[in-house]
Ligand binder design. Structure first.
Ligand code: SAH
Ligand code: SF4
Length: 371
């Protein structure tokens, strides 16, 4: 059952859904466009600020909806350029949103300044052995409003900080679905969010600036390939053979490489863009020469860019990041094989910026972690 808040947030509404709602309640349908402008263009903080709506419509909205679905409980600024926000949802669940003020190499993005990394679920059911989000299991899917809400929240925060009006311009350059959760396991809400971000009546945000990262749900990748919007895809590969991959990613038993890679190739073909392969380097597990050669072969076949991510330590997990010499030696093999790659620089290491780590720590402190 999808989560249903007592009072839903307006950020989950589209132009169409608002038109239907308003008509049903006896209001004029053209008001829907005025509302989406206040929500997604001007990003006002209160329904009362929607000044061109008649008083009775504002009141009607206020009785049924809230604006923001969450409240900020923590902001952690790293010594580098990463900032992490912890947002509490109506039911007390915590999610993480990260803002990276730096070009995020390797995710196929154009050079740009600010990337927001959003969560799509509370926790994650896929249980990758290296990941903090997987450690505490899956709690629930986020609603579309809770995903859009992360974007609006950070946009507003950034506009405020630069002294601009909340709706001056979207102060975010890229959005990546690389926070907590598996986006393709919450397909409708994630694709709905992308449509809303991209729509003229929504944020008008360029599709090429949107990246979905998946652990490899092959059937959903095929479905995604047929979506008409030109967003980007990143595949969390982390192992270049079934044997190594399934040791750290249980999902590989369900969708092994011989099923997953053709699905991803189909996506690339349909979208005509370079795919990104994410590969966390974990000492002695997936950082051997043999894996580097296999990875090169996969990347060449898919015409993909490889993003090497030195493993970020998670408390309670046994894995280590390889030393710098090993990381470089791994990269050298990709280079010899003419594979385009980047080694991701350290960002946010000191604020537990890898997926799910801040929430895990906060829940441990609050004593609310249900494992
Ligand atoms: N479920 C999706 C998206 C969220 S994870 C996926 O798996 O792709 C986003 C990225 O963070 C993935 O590439 C994931 O492998 C990476 N990640 C998770 N734990 C990490 C850690 N401890 N160190 C470095 N990267 C990590
Ligand atoms: Fe889930 Fe992605 Fe973490 Fe795997 S890496 S447990 S799929 S969030």
């Amino acid at each position: 059952m999808p989560f249903e808040p007592a009072q839903p947030s307006l950020y989950g509404e589209t132009l169409e859904s608002l038109q239907t709602l308003l008509k049903g309640a006896g209001f004029q349908a053209f008001r829907a466009k005025q509302i989406t402008d206040w929500l997604y263009k001007k990003r006002v903080e209160r329904i009362a600020d929607m000044t061109n709506l008649p008083q009775n419509l504002r009141q009607w909205l206020e009785e049924r909806f809230v604006l923001s679905p969450s409240k900020q409980v923590l902001v952690k600024q790293a010594s580098d350029i990463t900032e992490k926000l912890l947002l509490e949802q109506e039911d007390g669940r915590l999610i993480e949103t990260v803002l990276i003020r730096y070009p995020m190499e390797g995710v196929g993005q154009d050079a740009s300044r600010k990337t927001i990394c959003v969560s799509s679920q509370v926790g994650c059911a896929y249980g990758c052995k290296f990941c903090a989000s997987g450690l505490a299991g899956w709690k629930r899917n986020l609603t579309m409003a809770e995903i859009v809400g992360q974007f609006v929240h950070v946009s507003r925060l950034e506009a405020e900080r630069s002294g601009e009006k909340p709706g001056a311009a979207t102060p975010i350059d890229n959005i990546v679905f690389m926070g907590m959760g598996e986006p393709l396991a919450n397909y409708d809400a994630v694709v709905g969010t992308i449509r809303l971000l991209n729509a003229d009546w929504g944020m008008g945000f360029g599709a090429r600036r949107i990246t979905i990262s998946t652990s490899g749900l092959a059937p959903q990748v095929l479905k995604l390939a047929d979506e008409p919007i030109q967003f980007r895809l990143a595949l969390s590969l982390h192992g270049a053979t079934n044997a190594v991959r399934q040791q750290i990613m249980p999902v590989n038993r369900k969708y092994p490489l011989e099923e997953l890679l053709p699905a991803v190739a189909y996506f690339s073909e349909k979208h005509g863009r370079m795919l990104t392969l994410e590969y966390i380097l974990i000492d002695q597990i997936n950082d051997t020469f043999e894996q580097a050669h296999e990875l090169s072969r996969i990347a060449r076949d898919l015409h993909a860019h490889v993003n090497l991510i030195p493993y970020n330590k998670v408390e309670g997990l046994p894995w280590k990041r390889p030393n710098i010499r090993r990381q470089i030696a791994f990269g050298d093999i990709l280079k010899q094989n003419n594979v385009s790659f980047t080694i991701r620089k350290e960002k946010g290491h000191d604020i537990e910026a890898a997926c799910g780590q801040l929430r895990l720590q906060t829940e441990r402190e609050r004593g609310t972690l249900a494992v």
